[in-house]
Every structure is written in structure tokens, then in C-alpha cells.
Design a protein around this ligand. Sequence first.
Ligand code: PLP
Length: 409
Amino acid sequence: MRFDTKLLHGKTSKGYAQREILPPISQVTAFRYENMEELERVFNHKSMGYAYSRIGNPTVSAFEQRVNELEGGVGAVCCSSGMSAITAALLAVCESGDEVITSKGLYGGTIGLFHNLEKFGIHTVYSDDMSGEAVKKLINDRTRVIFGELISNPSLKVLNIPEVAKAAHEAGIPLFVDSTTATPYIARPLELGADAVIHSTSKYLNGGGNSIGGIIVDGGKFNWDFSKHTALSEFSKYKQRALSVRLRTDIWENLGGCMAPLNAFLTYIGTDTLGLRMERICENADRIAHALNEIEGVEVSYLTLESHPFHSAVEEFFGGYGGGILSFRVGSKEKAYKVINSLKYACIASNIGDARTLVIHPASTLYIQTSKEEMEAAGVFEDTIRVSVGIEDPEDLVSDFVEAVRGNV
Ligand code: PLP
């Protein structure tokens, strides 16, 4: 079954109680049982069932199983947001005194989280370059996980998963990948060698800009050394599944960052059209990037442009697609504001992955909490405009961007 067919007819698309074509919305807090023995069995994971929606809910499970199937994992947990998914994934494997290796140039919220984790004794080591060689040099006996964004937002640095996973695995360290901007349509990190994949489902998976959410999918292949990964030692009997079991029955459940059933439903429906949307989004992004690249005084960053430092990844890892994010520099903050304000179709909004094209001036919004150095490492300068390309008509979008830029730069 190819991707678009699997989306609609995969294993997880059927089996609902009343043969519903979509998972029904179980908008409840708790589930009622005939006797205490039954509820005890469910609570103790001795029989299948739901007890309380923070711990499990049928609508949320349907979406978890769908993304798990698309990514090829052994188990998934949905979270209240992408940030909550990243937090739960890191806290499942790190304790005070442990270290995370990551790249510079991540999404601003994730950089903020790494700062927060310092106060809990979890230290982050940043690599300028996420090559296998560079990462290898930073691994020490306190390293517990390597975290990266497959296509970083908005710096568009590409994580070479096979190379970094090899270096990580040789040292007994797992690789966790935030694949929000790539989506399982463009690349599947677990197939490339990652050990867990994380999404902010608020973006492309949802696609309609109507629900915040996140998900962690466990690849279930990593050989944990429980004397090193002591955060997981109580779960050693689950061997390669220790991460998903700890998330499900311990840290994720206790952090309380569950996804709301209605959000799971809306995001489930959104995912039906992921393949179609990504086709159009990538085509539109490629056309806008090439058109803007022709204009003097504009510096465009997009993966399908030959000038992009990670251009080779388009064929190597992404099946010819460049994704939906592009950014361009126009010379000054003032010009950037003028361009943004004169766009007819692009909405000024702080999100990515919507069906609508969205634009923002990231330096004065998304990066206000980060240092100038961190911001520039993320490919964000005072004159940068970030675009999350949507599915509008390509001719309309291209002429909108070209006119706004020609009129103001
Ligand atoms: N990861 C990436 C790459 C993102 O772009 C974002 C948000 O923009 C997040 C994680 C955080 O997701 P959320 O806003 O759902 O918490």
C-alpha cells in the first residue's frame, strides 16, 4: 500500500465499535465499568480498556495508531502540544546530571525548553554541525540522547539521520528526531535510523490550523543499556520497548500533557489529506522560492534552490521535495515589515503547516526570548521573513510575493 492509500485504508482505519468510517469522538473524562474487578484489571494494564482520558482515550488512540503506522513505530503517545511531546520524550531518558546533544538553529520554543531543563540539571551541548563526526566528538559518558530537527525551522538545516544515528548507536546513545517540518509524507526518520520521532501535530498533520497537539513515536529497535540509561531502568524488562512503556505508564501519564479527544479527531481528519497537501505545498514553495530568487536584493533560503547548503538532501532523503518552509532576507526590518504588510493572500500569523500561507517576522516574535547568537544560528536575522507555504493557487501566490517584494525592496 502506498502512502496516500495507507492514509485512508491502513490497518488503523477500521475497527470502530459501530463501524464508523472515522473514529468517534469520545468526549469523556472517565469510563464506566460494571464491576470493580474489571476496572482494577484495566488500571493494572492486565486487560485492554480505558479508565481516564488523561491516561488513554479511544479517539486519541485512533490518531496515535494512525501516526504510528505511518512512521513505522511500535507505539505512540499523543501530547497536548509539540512542546509537551519534546518535554516528555527528553524526560523519559534524561535525569539530573545527564546531557543532551543537539544542533544550534532549532525552533525557538525548543531552545527555550533546553534552557529550562538546565535548572533541573539536564545540560545541553550544542553542535554547530550535526554531522556524524561532529556529534561523535561531543559524546561523553553523561550523554543520554541526541536530539535534532530533520529539517530545522526555519534555518532549513538537514539532519543526516543515517550518519548521526550511526555515531550515536556506536556510543550506545539513541537519536530522537523532531520531524514536524518534514512530515511522514516526505521522510520517515525511523526508516533512516532514528530511534524516536516527534511531531508538533499542530502543523502539517493537522493541516487546518485548528488544534494544538504533539506525538512521540517509538521505533522500538534501540538496545538500551539500563546501567547507563538509568531513567529507564525500572522498565528494563520491556527491553527495546522500554521507552514507549515508560512514556505510556509513567512519565507521560504523570506529566499530564495528554491530547484532547476533539483535537485528536480534528487532527485525524486533517491527516487524511496530508499527501495531497504536501504535494501542493512543496510545489508552491519551490515556485515562490525560484521566483523570489530572481529578484536583486533578496536572499532566499529554500532546499530546492541549488545554492542551498543542504540542497543534496532533497534527492538523498526527501524524494525530491523541499518542504513547506522558506525564508528570505530583504535588507532591513523596515522593508521586511512593508513586504509582509503588503501581501494580499499570506496571513500574518505565528504558525506553520496550515493550508493557508502564513508569514511572520521571526526576529521580533518567535525569537524574542533567545540570544542574538542563537537566533542567527537558526537562520533568523533582522530582515528575515519566514513563510509557511499553503495550498493556494500557485500563480496567485507567486504574483502576490513577487509584487510585494518588487514594490518594497
Ligand atoms: N517543533 C517544531 C519544529 C516547531 O516548529 C514547533 C512549533 O512551531 C514545535 C516543535 C512546537 O510545537 P507546538 O507549538 O505544537 O508546541
